[in-house]
Design a protein around this ligand. Structure first.
Ligand code: FNR
Length: 390
C-alpha cells in the first residue's frame, strides 16, 4: 500500500495500467484486438449472471470498527498445508497468447514475483514446462478440463506432477459449450480459430489417439473436432458422473479441488466423494445465463461443508473490498479472472503485477480502515446485508 502511494501520488508517477477498477475494462478494450477483448469481457446470454455476480457483492456492506490497532496486518493464509502470503490466486484462463505476447509465461512470472499461486489452464497457449520454468519454485496449481479418455487424463496429470504442480483443479461447469453471443457475433473463440488449447493438444497420448480416430489428422488441422474429442463432443452436455472421481484420485495423489460448484448439495457430494476442496464459481458468468450470483451461494455452501473441506471462491471480484467480503462470508481464498487478463492485455507481465498488487494493497487498506488485523479475524460479523445495493 505504502509503496504504491509513494510511487504514485508522492512522486507523481502515473501507472501504465489504470488503478481504477471501473476504468480497467475500457482501457483493455482500447488496447486489445476486438475479438480477443470480447472473448475476455463476454459472458453467457445477455450477461445477466455477470450482472448478478456484481450485484451480489453490492448487497453486502462492510461495517468498519474504530480505534483498533491493526499494524502490522497479516494477509497470510494456509491452504492444503502450504503457507501463502495473501489470500489471492490467479484464476485459470485459457489462450493468453491471444491477449498478449507475454502469455501464460508472463502471468506465471508475475505470480512468482508476488508469491501468488498461478493456476494453469488446460487451454493454455504455453507448454506446461515453459510455465513451470517461468514460475520457478513458487506454488502452482493445474486446472483440468477433464478428458473423457482416461489414458489422456493420466498422461496429462503425470506431466503436471513431474513439472511441480501441487494442486489439481478440476473444472466441472463446462459440460458443453455455452451460449456466448459476443463470440458468435465476432465469429471468434480462440481454440476454434486454431489458437489456444495447446497444452491439451500437445499431449502425446492425445495426439496419437486423435490421429487414430481422424485419419492421421492433427489437432491443428481440426481444432474444433479435437476439442470435441477432448470433452466428449463439445455440444453433447456429456459430463463425468461423481463416481469417476476415483479415476482422478488414482492418477493424482495431491489435493483435488472441484471448480464451478454453486449448489450446497453438490458441495456435500464433493465432500462425500473425497475431494479436498471446492471453488464456488459460476465461471465468471460465462456458462449459464440467468444464474444466481456466485457470492449469493457462498454462505450456504460454507455452512454445509466449510468446516470439513477448503472452500475457495471466484466470479465477480473487482476490488479489495470484494475480496474482504468473500473471505468474511467464509471463503479461504479467492481467484481473480478478468481483471488480471485486462492487465495482461494492456501491459503484459507488468500489467498483471500492477492489477494484483493494487488489489492486495486495496484489501490491506480496507482491512486497516475496518479495524481488521488479520485474515483470520474476518467473519460475517464484519458485514451487513442491505436492500439498497448500489
Ligand atoms: C475463464 N475461465 C476459465 N476457467 C477454467 O477453469 N479454465 C479455463 O480455461 C478458463 N478460461 C477462461 C477464459 C477467460 C477469458 C475468462 C474470462 C475466464 C474462468 C475463470 O477461471 C474464473 O472462473 C472467472 O474468470 C472468474 O470470474 P471473474 O473474476 O472473471 O469475474
Amino acid at each position: 500500500l505504502t509503496e504504491i502511494y509513494t510511487q504514485g501520488v508522492l512522486h507523481g508517477t502515473r501507472p501504465t495500467v489504470t488503478t481504477d477498477p471501473n476504468k480497467l475494462r475500457l482501457q483493455a478494450k482500447n488496447a486489445m484486438r476486438e475479438d480477443a477483448y470480447n472473448y475476455i469481457a463476454g459472458g453467457a446470454g445477455e450477461g445477466a449472471t455477470m450482472d448478478a455476480n456484481r450485484l451480489a457483492f453490492r448487497q453486502w456492506k462492510i461495517v468498519p470498527r474504530m480505534m483498533r490497532p491493526t499494524a502490522p496486518r497479516d494477509l497470510r493464509i494456509s491452504l492444503f498445508g502450504e503457507l501463502y502470503d495473501s489470500p489471492v490466486l490467479v484464476a485459470p484462463v485459457g489462450a493468453q497468447e491471444v491477449y498478449h505476447r507475454d502469455k501464460e509465461i508472463g502471468t506465471a512470472a508475475a505470480c512468482a514475483e508476488l508469491n501468488i499461486p498461478f493456476v494453469m489452464s488446460t487451454a493454455s497457449t504455453s507448454s506446461i514446462q515453459e510455465v513451470a520454468a517461468a514460475n520457478g519454485d513458487h506454488p502452482r496449481w493445474f486446472q483440468l478440463y477433464w478428458p473423457m479418455d482416461d489414458d489422456i487424463t493420466a498422461s496429462l496429470l503425470s506431466t503436471a506432477k513431474e513439472t511441480g504442480f501441487k494442486v489439481l483443479v478440476v473444472t466441472v461447469d463446462t459440460a458443453n459449450v455455452s451460449w456466448r453471443p459476443a463470440d458468435l457475433d465476432t465469429a471468434y473463440i480462440p481454440f476454434m480459430n486454431g489458437q489456444g488449447n495447446t497444452v491439451g493438444f500437445t499431449d502425446p497420448v492425445f495426439r496419437r489417439k486423435f490421429a487414430e480416430r481422424s485419419d492421421g489428422a492433427t489437432p491443428e488441422d481440426s481444432p474444433f473436432l479435437a476439442a470435441g474429442y477432448w470433452l466428449g463432443e463439445a455440444f453433447s452436455g456429456n459430463s463425468h458422473p461423481w463416481e469417476h472421481l476415483e479415476v482422478l484420485k488414482k492418477h493424482w495423489d495431491g489435493p483435488i479441488v472441484l471448480k464451478g460448484i454453486q449448489h450446497p448439495d453438490d458441495a456435500v457430494l464433493a465432500l462425500q466423494h473425497g475431494v479436498s476442496g471446492i471453488i464456488v464459481s459460476n465461471h465468471g458468468g460465462r456458462q449459464v445465463d440467468g444464474a444466481v450470483g456466485s457470492l449469493d451461494m457462498l454462505p450456504e455452501i460454507v455452512e454445509a461443508v466449510g468446516d470439513k473441506m477448503t472452500v475457495l471462491f471466484d466470479s465477480g471480484i473487482r476490488t479489495g473490498g470484494d475480496i474482504f467480503k468473500a473471505l468474511a462470508l467464509g471463503a479461504r481464498a479467492v481467484l481473480i479472472g478478468r481483471p488480471v487478463m485486462y492487465g495482461l492485455g494492456i501491459a503484459g507481465k507488468a500489467g498483471v503485477k500492477h492489477v494484483i498488487a493494487s488489489l492486495l494493497a486495496d484489501l490491506d487498506g480496507t482491512m486497516g480502515l475496518a479495524g481488521i488485523k488479520s485474515i483470520a479475524d474476518l467473519s460475517q460479523a464484519t458485514l451487513r446485508r442491505t436492500l439498497y445495493g448500489g
